[in-house]
Design a binder for this molecule. Structure first.
Ligand code: BG6
Length: 461
């Protein structure tokens, strides 16, 4: 197969603060919604995580050995501003300043998410994203980050998976509210994002800013025209709502019709519409795990409960999620669809014509550490190989993909399934309730990805 990866392709890997750092209440850090949420039974909390906060230099040295050209991580809002809108915590800023310097020292480009599911608990108590004051707090917080790190960070991501927070909030631990409330919060996040993008551009920082939704195409179950329309509805709500807003500063028309029909239309002022238009993105970051499949949904059916982000939704009259019989699934039940990765990337590029960075993609599995200190994760290699192959084809098709940051650089705590569901190239020796020695071990996928990077994607064997 022809190798289409450009010479300066950003081979990377990703993490998020609350899932990897630990040190949940150290050095002045405030509590986030992730620190106070009620967890599913028998599932680890995020207090220690991979203890990256205390292993930062060792971890970045391992990333260097892996050959990473980019490292996507997130900044914990509560480390920088413990209550979200009050005093700045200098130790929090220092940690991220050191992390950025450590990456740069090793020739690794930092790709920074400012908000990844970890809203300060103090803001949540005041209504969270329902409260317009959270918009101001977010804009101030981002301004502080740009001011301190804007000279060193060239790739900024605003909000991780805003679409999953809205459509599967319960699954990612960010609450379970009515559609009406969720889409009002969504509107406030879109405003906050636009204001931050505007500020980033107004101050002429030397870099790019973009959103980081989870984008994956939905297929119609059959070639029945009504199934096709159902897929179009689902794609509009799950995908284009978030990218139309970030790229063009507008609301997707089909989404507005759906929201009216389910009585979830947000309150939007004329000034809000102008704000949305005033701040748009330079590039598109997107997370891709797998596609969805839908069929037409009779008006009289029942709306689905919001659950695991991979389980189908049902919006009566618009679409109903179904299983795709052509796809295999991971041991955690997530469908695997590398071909859908190519289709999704091409679709995004056709609609928006902006450079793209893949900021998540990967396989969660129950890895085992052998007695001789190995982790044989052939299933992960196979998943990543298939996706890198179709990404190469998408670039060959003409889609401008400039970087790839699989999930995850190192083992971390899954959003709701503890550390038994691992994603990393590096194994962290702990279980859900036994912290063991937290020692790092290189998995088989580490050596494999190292070779992929060294050959710029030419050798995937
Ligand atoms: C994405 C999130 O939804 O998927 C990550 O941005 C998350 O935070 C990843 O960890 C995998 O999901 P999970 O539920 O297996 O951790």
């Amino acid at each position: 197969m022809t190798n289409h990866f450009p010479k300066d392709f950003l081979w990377g890997a990703a993490t998020s603060a609350y899932q990897v750092e630990g040190a949940w209440d150290e050095d002045g850090k405030g509590k986030s919604v992730q620190d106070v949420k009620v967890l599913p039974e028998n599932t680890s909390d995020f207090k220690v995580a991979a203890d990256h906060y205390h292993h930062m230099k060792e971890d970045i040295a391992l990333f260097k050995e892996l050959g990473l050209k980019a490292y996507r991580f997130s900044i914990a809002w509560t480390r920088v501003i413990p209550d979200g809108d009050g005093e700045i915590n200098p130790k929090g800023l220092q940690f991220y300043s050191d992390l950025i310097d450590e990456c740069l020292k090793h020739g690794i480009e930092p790709v920074v998410t400012v908000f990844h599911f970890d809203l300060p608990a103090a803001l949540d108590e005041k209504g969270g994203w329902k409260n317009r004051e959270t918009i101001d707090a977010f804009v101030r917080y981002c301004g502080i980050l740009f001011e301190h790190f804007g000279d060193r960070v060239k790739y900024w991501l605003t909000i991780n998976e805003q679409n999953m927070m809205v459509l599967a909030g319960a699954a990612v631990g960010t609450g379970d509210r009515s559609f009406k409330e969720l889409f009002q919060e969504n509107h406030h996040m879109l405003l906050a994002q636009a204001m931050v993008m505007k500020e980033y551009h107004d101050k002429n920082y030397n870099g790019m800013i973009g959103p980081a939704p989870n984008i994956a195409l939905a297929y119609p179950e059959t070639d029945h025209p009504e199934d096709m329309r159902a897929a179009q509805n689902f794609n509009a709500l799950r995908n284009w709502l978030f990218l139309d807003a970030a790229v063009y500063g507008v609301y997707n028309h089909q989404v507005m019709t759906m929201l009216k029909a389910i009585n979830a239309e947000p309150e939007i002022t004329d000034e809000d519409l102008a704000i949305m238009k005033s701040g748009t993105c330079d590039f598109i970051a997107f997370n891709y795990y797998n596609t969805g499949t839908v069929k037409a949904s009779p008006v009289a059916s029942t709306a689905s409960e919001k659950n695991d982000q991979q389980k189908g939704m049902n919006l009566p009259g618009f679409f109903q999620g179904v299983k795709n019989e052509h796809l295999s699934v991971t041991e955690f039940g997530w469908e695997i669809d590398p071909e859908g990765f190519r289709t999704t990337a091409n679709e995004i590029y056709s609609r928006y014509h902006l450079p793209m960075i893949v900021t998540e993609n990967g396989l969660g599995g129950r890895d085992e550490l052998t007695e001789d200190g190995k982790i044989h994760d052939a299933y992960r290699i196979s998943y990543l190989r298939d996706h890198i192959q179709t990404m190469n084809q998408a670039i060959g098709d003409g889609a401008e993909i400039i970087g790839y940051c699989p999930w995850s650089a190192i083992d971390l705590i899954s959003t709701h399934e503890g550390i038994r569901k691992r994603y990393g190239f590096i194994y962290v020796n702990r279980s859900d309730f036994d912290m063991k020695d937290l020692k790092r071990y290189k998995k088989d996928s580490f050596a494999w990805y190292q070779k992929v990077i060294a050959t710029n994607g030419a050798d995937l064997d």
